[in-house]
Design a protein around this ligand. Structure first.
Ligand code: C5P
Length: 212
């Protein structure tokens, strides 16, 4: 492996509160991020995992910090990103959230209810802006299969990351993954056919990144 040793991995969904009891979330299981953390540990990396509100078994031998909201994840990234050599941003961070959160439970009424949402800052793009030389960043793109490659390449540029793991929508919450990796220097890498279960894919991705 290269001289780098410290890897920061984010996993799972964010929950963006609406009121005292409700939130906006998504179906991310955190399974891929946990498998990546275990694979990186096994490959000799010093691993820190930032893990959202999921019920995954925690991989042993890994420092784990929990978050629920994108704000909490942003604080954890502020603390841990400067110390890592590589960031794998597998968390399914919300794109929108309610700007104002009621401290009470909003009562049901006969009428309809309109929620206002504001964009969540792009956390991986912020990390890319602040990075020091040598820090590498891997983002993810979950897209409709027909638009997977074009949207993934667009995200690679817009977010300023080094790699994008592009996978179709069916990956979310599933046991398997059919991904393609796009690199900032223009390569498109398809994992071997036997690397579709999330553990096998994770071992392949960590080996690929370690050898870059
Ligand atoms: O733009 P989109 O949500 O599809 O981008 C996915 C990638 O960007 C993932 O790596 C995800 O962790 C990251 N992301 C982020 N902050 C957001 C939304 C997504 O870091 N608010």
């Amino acid at each position: 492996m290269a001289a780098e040793r410290r890897i920061l991995i984010t996993a799972g969904p964010t929950y963006e509160p609406i009121d005292a009891v409700r939130f906006i979330g998504n179906r991310s299981s955190g399974r891929l991020g946990c498998a990546l953390a275990a694979a990186a540990r096994d490959a000799g990396w010093d691993v820190t995992l930032l893990l959202g509100p999921v019920a995954q078994d925690l991989p042993e031998g890994i420092a784990v910090h929990r978050f629920e909201t994108s704000d909490e994840l942003a604080d954890l990234l502020d603390r841990h990103f400067p110390n890592c050599d590589m960031l794998i941003m597998a968390a399914a961070v919300a794109d929108y959230r309610p700007p104002v959160v009621s401290e009470r439970k909003t009562p049901r009424t006969a009428g309809s209810l309109t929620l206002k949402l504001e964009p969540v800052p792009d956390l991986v793009a912020q990390c890319a802006e602040q990075r020091r030389p040598g820090q590498r960043i891997v983002g993810f793109a979950l897209e409709e299969p027909t638009q997977l490659a074009s949207r993934a390449k667009e995200k690679l540029r817009r977010k300023g990351v080094d790699y994008i793991v592009a996978n179709p929508l069916a990956t979310m919450g599933a046991g398997s993954i059919q991904a393609v990796v796009f690199t900032a220097d223009g390569r498109e890498i398809t994992p071997p056919n036997d690397a579709t279960d999330k553990s096998a894919f994770s071992r392949w991705l960590i080996e690929f990144l370690s050898g870059e």
